[in-house]
Design a binder for this molecule. Sequence first.
Ligand code: NAD
Ligand code: WQD
Length: 340
Amino acid sequence: MKVLVTGGAGYIGSHTVVELQEKGFEVVIVDNLSNSYKEVVRNIERITGKLPELEVFDLCDRNKTMDFFRRHNDIIGVIHFAAYKAVGESVKKPLKYYRNNIGSLVNILEGMKENNIRSFVFSSSCTVYGQPDHLPVAEDAPVRKAMSPYGNTKQISEEIITDTVEANPHMKGILLRYFNPIGAHESALIGELPLGVPDNLVPFITQTAIGIRDKLSVFGDDYNTPDGTAIRDYIHVVDLAKAHVISLNRMINDQDKTKPEIFNLGTGIGYSVLEAVKTFEKVAQQPLNYQVVDRRPGDVEKVWADTSLANSELGWKAERNLEEMMRSAWNWEKELANKR
Ligand code: NAD
Ligand code: WQD
């Protein structure tokens, strides 16, 4: 069974391609390599023994996208990762984000509709909840006004997919709201490749530990949390990837819903920034240079997931703990350093 993975050369996409291949799916990746490298497919092959097909083009190009679907008329489902994801950049260049994240989505849904492809899995984000009133946050919590154009593209995309599935009874959708994906494949052959200075905590920690950055800035220690630093639900990227395969199988096996289903993907456990730092120091067996600075504008104080719906409906549960997440992230950073 052939599956299209858009953005499959990227961080979460590449891990998902591995899990799909290991479950016997044939994968075709479409990626314009705007935030990834084509060598990733060779590393996927080293892990799984199978080279995924890669087509390099921009999914905002409607003609190329439609042509792709006509040429691959045996695709049975789509997992859609391709998007820009830098929150800060999206505030400065909102139209770049709206064009890419919304334009590509509409083209893909049109291509699916025209070619009778039923199953669609979408990368959404816990950012849609903002700072929730109740923790852990469940899927029925209200969607809050987005704090950035990036976050808004996820909210708008969820609405576009919902409208499309409701209007087309043959189409099925699953919206996966990721919490904070971190870590890398245990082989250290694939992982996250941040361009420039990382915005996210864990790449900043590992780059500091390897000597690329001087020190980590901890953004605020005056939050209403036990140690004053902000709390997040970090999830291992391999656990996250597995949930995509389960979601796809759920739709292939005739999920009978008229609306997209929504699932939180996290561990259900919140860790503070300082707890994340301490866990890293433990697995790397070295101290990390850090300094507390002011809060980062736009950050929520604390958020972690109620994962009971994903546990009961998908039969999925995150298995890897924070130490395993940090260990794999650190191994990946060391592997990158070996190649430099
Ligand atoms: P990534 O940047 O590593 O992967 C995205 C891939 O899509 C890249 O390889 C990029 O080259 C490709 N791409 C982007 N625009 C494209 C286009 N128009 N046509 C073809 N290819 C295109 O990002 P990631 O961390 O793997 O994130 C994957 C998805 O998950 C994104 O939709 C992101 O918004 C979402 N998400 C990520 C996180 C996170 O923390 N990483 C959290 C929540 C949601
Ligand atoms: C985690 C914690 C920071 C960097 C973002 C997006 C979200 C989703 C995941 C895509 C926070 C603190 C960070 C640093 C720090 N992405 N921190 N020093 O902000 O929870 O979520 O990525 O959908 O939409 O907003 O993740 O890794 O940036 O931060 O102290 O150098 O680490 O303040 O508390 P965040 P993050």
